[in-house]
Design a protein around this ligand. Sequence first.
Ligand SMILES: [Zn+2]
Length: 96
Amino acid sequence: MEAVRRRCSGKCPGAPEPGYTTQTFERRGSLVKVTIRGIPADVCPLCHEAFVSSKTGRQIDLLLEPFHGKHERIPALPPAQVTIDFAEATAVLKAA
Ligand SMILES: [Zn+2]
């Protein structure tokens, strides 16, 4: 995997290394909390800050869209917590 960042942010001297991260996404106006696990990212071994590539960021947007909508359009869904496996979900997206 191509490294996204060689240096961590701010004053952290850490050097991010290829790995995986889990992130939870919330959107104002939506009652659905989406956790995506196994996101490929460069993770700082010191402060655990994760950096995702722009390609991965676009894939995350696609995965969030059914739950959080697009632009100003937010789907009317009941309160829920959703967990998505990044590798499984992107494989389904590619197959579609
Ligand atoms: Zn760091």
